[in-house]
Write a protein that binds this ligand. Structure first.
Ligand code: HEC
Length: 155
């Protein structure tokens, strides 16, 4: 009996989550938090491999292959968090108005980043250290850096 109740409660909780997503009524403050969380994780997995490409951290092909694969998934997550509903949030955000005034350019920056990550993933399969390192640097410069330059407030 108790177990049944528990299961029913679980199903309800799941259902509520799906409903929210389906009708995109997620609160703007939550969307901001989620997109920042996705960015934070990108930082977590990109930081060490950037250090390896720059020779500041000992090179590890295994760590690079793993982190590149994580980034290949993470790089799809932040974008729906930049919904129009978040334009005027009062919570702390570094998102610049250009995200909404120049949507095509913002989209292009996402795509440029995603293809740089794809090239990195491909490079990890060749095992060629020099091309892996240059692919990492390109993710940083043409991907993260290029977008932050235009769409993130400098602190
Ligand atoms: C297409 C644009 C774009 C790309 C590409 C991008 N970012 Fe961001 N990033 C942003 C924006 C915009 C913000 C500000 C989000 C906010 O504060 O609401 C941000 C915020 C961040 C933050 C701060 C998160 C926080 O908690 O406030 C980190 C860390 C970060 N990005 C890391 C990265 C890394 C690492 C990469 C590349 C692997 C990357 N980003 C790629 C646009 C981008």
């Amino acid at each position: 009996m108790k177990k049944r109740l528990l299961l029913a409660g679980f199903a309800l909780a799941l259902g509520a989550g799906y409903t929210l997503t389906a009708f995109s009524q997620v609160k703007p403050e939550i969307l901001v938090k989620q997109r920042q969380a996705a960015m934070t994780l990108q930082g977590k997995y990109f930081g060490p491999i950037a250090g390896m490409a720059q020779g500041k951290i000992p090179y590890s092909a295994d760590v690079i292959a793993r982190n590149a694969a994580y980034l290949d998934v993470l790089n799809k997550m932040p974008w729906d968090g930049f919904a129009e509903s978040t334009k005027d949030v009062t919570v702390k955000t570094a998102a610049l108005p250009a995200i909404w005034s120049e949507p095509a350019k913002f989209k292009e920056a996402q795509e440029k980043f995603q293809s740089a990550v794809s090239r990195l993933v491909a490079a990890t399969k060749t095992g060629d250290e020099a091309s892996i390192k240059s692919a990492i640097l390109e993710v940083g410069k043409g991907g993260c850096g290029n977008c932050h330059q235009n769409f993130r407030q400098k602190d």
